[in-house]
Ligand binder design. Structure first.
Ligand SMILES: [Zn+2]
Length: 98
């Protein structure tokens, strides 16, 4: 671990700079990794995030009562909106719908 790789990464939960790369756990984190995210974990509060560039996306909530699917649902719905927009553009500019 180096200091430079963590200078710009702050834990979104507690603000700590002790955020380090972590191993992927399960298919969801593998999916994030496949999409270009880096799986990281905060050493102070143990929060896990998938980092896309400099924007963290919380995953693997350590609170057992929290719903881990809430974050995933948000991510999936954002992807769905993008796909709908793409389809809308394709149909609009190709004139299939009319
Ligand atoms: Zn933290």
């Amino acid at each position: 671990m180096t200091v430079t790789e963590n200078v710009l990464r702050h834990c979104p939960k507690c603000g700590s700079v002790r955020v380090h790369r972590s191993r992927r756990r399960g298919p969801i984190e593998r999916l994030f990794s496949y999409l270009g995210g880096q799986i990281c974990r905060c050493h102070d509060c143990c929060a896990r995030q998938a980092w896309f560039g400099f924007s963290p996306f919380p995953i693997g909530n350590t609170d057992p009562r929290a719903n881990p699917w809430a974050g995933i649902a948000l991510f999936v719905s954002a992807c769905a909106v993008c796909m709908v927009l793409m389809y809308w553009m394709v149909f609009r500019y190709t004139g299939i719908s009319g």
